[in-house]
Ligand binder design. Structure first.
Ligand SMILES: Cc1cc2nc3c(=O)[nH]c(=O)nc-3n(C[C@H](O)[C@H](O)[C@H](O)COP(=O)(O)OP(=O)(O)OC[C@H]3O[C@@H](n4cnc5c(N)ncnc54)[C@H](O)[C@@H]3O)c2cc1C
Length: 597
């Protein structure tokens, strides 16, 4: 996530940034609604401008230092980190530990990406050790609100996790295993906090699952180095089917390109179907052990910090209904997705069809494992783990392909750690000269976040995000292209905004989704191709609900002036063609500067 060395922000600045985060994560839904209300009520002329009062209220506090999301380390430093992988350092430290034979107590440390007790690799191994040594297993989660704020985690995601933790605590209690919640105010003291607890509890063995972002690698390295000889740490790969870092090119380096990665992944899983084996939940403790541990049950579950609360209870209700937390809810979702998987390949890009799984929030919080999902596909696929195009349904093949993007991106985080240091994977893109922070840039930004750019497809996507804390993949591709290419705003602002808003935020998927590119999407032709009936646009942009035919894709260009003005919908905020040319020029200049360096 955002590593310590990425930026150094003084405390006073952090306080102000929190206000900005509130805007992003909490008040943005309100801001969006307010803006749309203004758009529908106001005269057409006024409606083409952003809500001035709102802009003033929010933007008067914006100063250059509020753009802390743009900070990053130097390219030189990024290359150094890539050459001396934190993952290698962590593995070395793990390997150098002395084996502790005397098992006193075993702990599993849950993180924000493995929030389930079903098919949890490290938890399973922790339970096995505790069982064989006839010693207790205790589970712990460290809640650090400052860490959530640092990462920009959205209110929706924080609530989802907090509710998920409650479910896990209950599930574990039913099998007499405690889940203890520790509070830590300072993100730099997470390891210190948990180690103090391990000592207090006389824990001898700690289990956890790998997290591939640089800060989390360093956290685990600190853990291994600080526990010394008292505690033995074991980490397991759990987030993916194929272990990140093991998919290599002929030259022995980690693969970076999707197509060969996908092919190799399919071959590997087809020939080693045991990679999809799931693990049972931890074994129940006898009730005598429950008595012994009774002081550890029922610690209150974490609550979202003030800057991570929903703006209204109505928002909370809506989001919870859309995204019920927990493993059981995810499994139910997977089962119902299997009913529609035959159509996935042909409809996945049509946002109105709503035919994707909507499982991303569950995968990113670890409430559902990819192995569990793929096991369901094996059953569906007549018991076969061969997901190649010729051996399975088109829908199954296409869905597995998306999961494999997720697998590749975890390998990328591990092998190219600078991607979680706020730098693009292709370092040449660091030389792009983005638009300066001035009033025009802020107006453009405001239009983008409130879904009032005047490009119906873009606005529909941004309004879905504001309402659902989720956006269809086709729209994510379009709105990101529009922000970086047409508005020429630094992609890191959009990336951070997504983190602050999405329920399924995942650093690897988000960062690589936001990687700058020379491909500039045309929102009109994209909408015509992927939302051919305009149903998605009409759903999310009510001003255009009654627009007939193809005019809905480009009302300003395709309606008469008077027809357009009656809609109360804004004019396009940039000329698409001219802004595309400007962007390609800037990108090419950036590439030239990179080559000259
Ligand atoms: C700019 C941008 C930002 C993104 N940010 C995130 C993010 O923060 N979190 C996130 O989980 N995904 C992100 N994605 C990827 C993708 O948009 C979502 O995973 C997908 O829309 C989730 O919907 P779904 O679960 O119905 O997907 P499905 O189509 O059902 O796909 C199944 C699963 O495959 C994975 N997946 C699907 N598409 C991708 C992809 N392009 N890259 C990597 N994994 C994928 C997800 O885990 C998803 O749940 C981003 C994409 C872009 C272009």
């Amino acid at each position: 996530m955002f590593p310590v060395e990425r930026i150094s922000v003084p405390q006073t600045i952090l306080k102000i940034s929190v206000k900005r985060l509130r805007f992003g994560s909490l008040a943005q839904i309100r801001a969006f609604r307010h803006a749309t209300q203004v758009q529908t009520k106001a005269s057409p002329k006024k409606s083409t401008k952003p809500d001035k009062a709102l802009s003033k209220a929010k933007m008067s506090k914006r100063t250059s230092y509020e753009h802390s999301e743009l900070g990053h380390t130097t390219i030189k430093r990024a290359k150094q980190v890539d050459e001396n992988l934190p993952y290698d350092q962590l593995r070395e430290a793990l390997g150098a530990q002395d084996e502790i034979k005397d098992v006193r107590k075993v702990a599993h440390w849950f993180h924000s990406k493995d929030l389930r007790i079903q098919d949890n690799t490290a938890l399973h191994h922790a339970s096995e050790l505790a069982q064989s040594a006839k010693k207790p297993l205790v589970c712990v989660y460290v809640n650090c609100a400052a860490d959530e704020s640092w990462h920009g985690t959205s209110a929706a995601r924080v609530d989802f996790m907090c509710e998920g933790l409650k479910i896990m605590q209950k599930e574990l209690k039913e099998i007499n295993i405690p889940l203890v919640f520790l509070e830590c105010e300072d993100r730099k003291k997470i390891v210190e906090t948990v180690i103090a607890w391990f000592k207090e509890q006389n824990v001898s063995h700690v289990f956890g699952n790998y997290e591939y972002e640089i800060d989390e690698m360093r956290r685990d390295l600190e853990l291994v180095n600080s526990t010394g000889r008292d505690v033995q740490v074991s980490l397991y790969h759990d987030q993916t089917v194929v272990e990140p870092g093991t998919m290599l090119t002929g030259a022995g380096t980690p693969m970076k390109v999707f197509t060969p990665f996908f092919k190799a992944w399919l071959d590997r899983v087809g020939s080693e179907p045991e990679l999809l084996d799931t693990r049972p939940p931890p074994a129940a403790h006898p009730s005598s052990m429950k008595k012994e541990l009774k002081h550890l049950f029922d610690t209150p579950a974490p609550k979202p910090a003030k800057d991570k609360q929903f703006a209204t209870t109505e928002d909370q209700k809506r989001i919870r209904k859309l995204w019920p937390p927990g493993h059981a809810a995810a499994e139910k979702r997977m089962d119902s997705f299997l009913q529609q998987i035959p159509d996935y390949a042909s409809t996945r890009s049509n946002p109105a069809a709503n035919s994707t799984s909507r499982l991303s929030a569950y995968f990113s919080a670890g409430m559902y494992s990819v192995r569990s999902a793929l096991q369901k596909l094996v059953d569906y696929n007549s018991g076969s783990a061969d997901f190649t195009a010729t051996s399975t349904q088109a829908g199954v093949h296409a869905w597995v392909r998306e999961l494999v993007f997720r697998e590749l991106y975890r390998q990328t985080s591990l092998a190219t750690p600078h991607t979680s240091m706020n730098l693009p994977q292709n370092l040449n893109f660091t030389h792009i000269q983005w638009r300066q922070h001035d009033d025009d840039a802020e107006t453009a930004w405001h239009k983008w976040i409130t879904g009032t750019t005047g490009e119906p497809f873009i606005d529909a996507g941004m309004r879905q995000l504001a309402s659902e804390a989720y956006m269809h993949n086709r729209l994510r591709m379009n709105v990101s292209s529009y922000l970086t290419s047409n508005l020429l705003l630094d992609y890191r602002r959009g990336e951070r905004f997504f983190a602050e808003t999405l329920i399924d935020w995942d650093l690897a998927n988000n960062t690589l989704g936001w990687e700058p590119s020379y491909t500039v999407f045309n929102p009109v032709s994209q909408a015509e191709r992927n939302d051919p009936e305009g149903a998605y646009i009409r759903k999310w942009v009510p001003e255009l609900r009654d627009v007939q035919g193809k005019a809905v894709f480009a009302p300003h260009a395709r309606l008469s002036r008077s027809e357009f003005e009656r809609l109360g919908y804004p004019e396009p905020c940039v000329d698409w063609k001219a802004s595309k040319e400007r962007c390609l020029k800037r990108f090419k200049e950036g590439a030239r500067r990179a080559a000259d360096e």
